[in-house]
Design a protein around this ligand. Structure first.
Ligand code: ADP
Length: 598
């Protein structure tokens, strides 16, 4: 990952901080100061040592010892206080930023079209938002302050190295230079290619691992062995080979050099000492020379610690990329544009005018040039082969998605010019993937009309043929769905969703009868509920069995995204086209069923 990307991820995250951005910078600055102050007591101790050695054995002469002691004490106290202040600043800014990420993410999601939630499970979106918020908290509250502190420590150590005796400082620094050089050879030149290969193999393995976990149910259901996951096995072998190659050919020598010189930086001091020692002895400053040497011997060890800490802390900046990756899925969600001057539909008719629609990322259109009219109070059935585009057409009416070209009109007004609230008030929809909230049945139904009384909710549940569901639940309509074993079957969920739509009593109903298929015991009940829901309404019904559409005012046969034919049941039967063939197939199937039962 390039530096500029890291930077931009971090600056993108900081753009969520608002006025708390300065607090992050202040916290980071204070953390660096605290780290430098934290080193001061050690220098004081060394100064005490130096004074004592220079007056030895007449220790009474060392006048500054107590002063240095107090200095060490106050540096430590002030350092700790500043460190606390730094953490207060970074934590406050981190919490505010995380909270802004959550708020802005939610605001963005509120504006996304409903179809976006079909393609992105809401649990997954919530995980992304929570993950991004908590990673941001860790990054801003801890990592940035640590990185700044470590850098300050490293730089001040470098400066100190040259303050007392530049020759010994240069010797210690030589260790650091060799170490950094060794690390760079690991990442540069032809080794960069090997490292990229190794990282790519790691990515492939992790993706194959995810596929493997996803596929476990298939393995179980079809009694396959894990050996069917050849790709995963291959990916692991490939990774292990690349990892071994990387370790043996790239890391071995430079890493050995790096560890040797950083851990044994002291060794570089020895020749300098041997060179300078005799001169110091002659000039009478040997005691001072020994204390300087003690200083460098101790601080040379700090270099290796500081280098290791910098590498560790820098890896923390990867958090910025991960967090930003998560936030971007949400922030890049499409937005449903609201009309500037909303208009009211004149009636409850629905019209498709030359509608074409292509799903984002798809090459072939799901609908091409679809036009039809549903007059108020009429029922239009959409039929045709699976994948033909029925659900897509129905989902354009409540603006799950916006058309790619053409117009969808309600009461003569383009749905894009109707405010979301008016549109949602006018349309009740029941699709296959009904969503029930993890709350009571009562609240689930009342969601359609928050001011509804208990009686109204009960009436809707009755009309949706839900009474048998409620009777068997421990707390009737107050039973929480999805808790303590109270799970509803697909057909039962469909009926609760129908009750919700019935309570809403919207003049336009868009519904998919599919679930009735999946749950034969519920079929008769669901048909009854459908009739109750659609009485006197403009209805667009996606029909999967022809028996349910014979009474529709108009049947539209959609195939490969286009209207193939349209008319009443009788008209279409006479046409001798796709519908007639579907009708014959349907009758044959019914006859087989009767014969089989006979
Ligand atoms: P039907 O309801 O007639 O079975 P759909 O409207 O569900 O057909 O699908 C029409 C076409 O659009 C199909 O080719 C399908 O694969 C594609 N499609 C449906 N939903 C999506 C989606 N969310 N993203 C991308 N393509 C989709």
């Amino acid at each position: 990952m390039s530096d500029s990307k890291k930077q931009s991820s971090l600056s993108k995250i900081l753009s969520f901080s608002g006025k708390y951005k300065m607090l992050t910078f202040l916290g980071v600055f204070l953390s660096a100061i605290a780290m430098i102050l934290g080193m001061a007591p050690y220098i004081c101790i060394w100064l005490v040592m130096r004074d004592l050695i220079s007056v030895a054995p007449d220790y009474q002469k060392a006048a500054g010892v107590a002063g240095y002691g107090w200095m060490a004490f106050w540096f430590a106290v002030v350092g700790i206080v500043i460190y606390f202040a730094a953490l207060m600043c970074t934590h406050l800014a981190a919490f505010k930023t995380a909270s802004n990420i959550r708020k802005q993410g939610m605001r963005k999601l509120m504006k996304a079209p409903l179809g976006f939630f079909d393609n992105n499970a809401s649990g997954l979106l919530r995980n992304k938002l929570d993950g991004a918020a908590s990673e941001t908290e860790t990054l801003l509250a801890h990592n940035l302050a640590d990185i700044a502190g470590t850098l300050a420590m490293f730089l001040s150590t470098l400066v100190l190295m040259f303050v007392f005796d530049w020759r010994m400082g240069a010797a210690c620094l030589l260790a650091a230079v060799i170490s950094v050089g060794a690390l760079f050879t690991m990442m540069g030149g032809k080794n960069a290619g090997l490292m990229a290969e190794y990282q790519a193999a790691q990515d492939v393995m992790s993706k194959a691992g995810t596929e493997y976990v996803r596929g476990i149910p298939v393995v179980k259901v079809f009694q396959q062995t894990v050996y069917s996951f050849k790709t995963f096995k291959q990916a692991i072998e490939d990774y292990s080979q690349k990892a071994e190659n990387f370790q043996a050919n790239v890391c071995k020598l430079p890493q050995a050099v790096n560890l040797t010189v950083t851990e044994g930086a002291f060794v570089f001091l020895v020749p300098v000492v041997l060179l300078l020692g005799p001169k110091a002895l002659v000039s009478g400053s040997f005691a001072l020379f020994v204390t300087d040497f003690a200083f460098y011997a101790v601080f040379s060890a700090i270099i290796s610690t500081a280098l290791a800490r910098i590498m560790f802390a820098a890896s923390g900046t990867m958090l910025a990329d991960t967090a930003m990756g998560r936030i971007e899925t949400i922030m890049n969600a499409p937005e449903l544009i609201q009309p500037m001057e909303p208009r009211e539909p004149k009636d409850n008719s629905i019209e498709f005018r030359n509608v074409s629609f292509t799903y984002a990322g798809s090459e072939t259109p799901a609908l091409t040039d679809v036009s039809f009219v549903a007059d108020p109070g009429k029922t239009i059935a959409l039929v045709g082969p699976s994948g033909g585009g029925k659900t897509t057409a129905a989902s354009l009416i409540p603006r799950f998605w916006d058309v790619t070209s053409g117009e969808v009109l309600i009461g003569g007004v383009n749905v894009k010019d109707i405010s979301s609230r008016v549109l949602m008030d006018r349309i009740a929809f029941v699709f296959q993937n009904n969503r029930l909230f993890k709350t009571s049945i009562f609240e689930n139904v009342r969601a359609a009309k928050p001011e509804a009384s208990r009686e109204e909710v009960l009436k809707a549940l009755e009309a949706a043929q839900c009474m048998d569901i409620i009777e068997k639940l421990p707390e009737g309509i107050d039973t929480q769905i999805g808790t303590e074993g109270t799970y509803l079957s697909g057909g039962e969920q469909q009926r609760v969703a129908l009750a919700r739509a019935i309570l809403k009593d919207a003049p336009i109903v868009v519904l998919d009868e599919a679930t009735a298929f999946a749950d034969p015991e519920n079929e008769v009940l669901i048909q009854k509920a459908f009739r109750k829901l659609t009485e006197g309404k403009t209805v667009i019904m996606i029909a999967h069995r022809l028996s349910t559409v014979t009474g529709a005012d108009k049947i539209i046969v959609i195939n490969e995204g286009r209207i193939h034919e349209a008319g009443t049941h009788e008209e279409l039967k006479e046409m001798g086209g796709l519908y007639q063939r579907m009708w014959e197939d349907y009758n044959k199937a019914v006859q087989w069923k009767i014969q089989a039962e006979g």
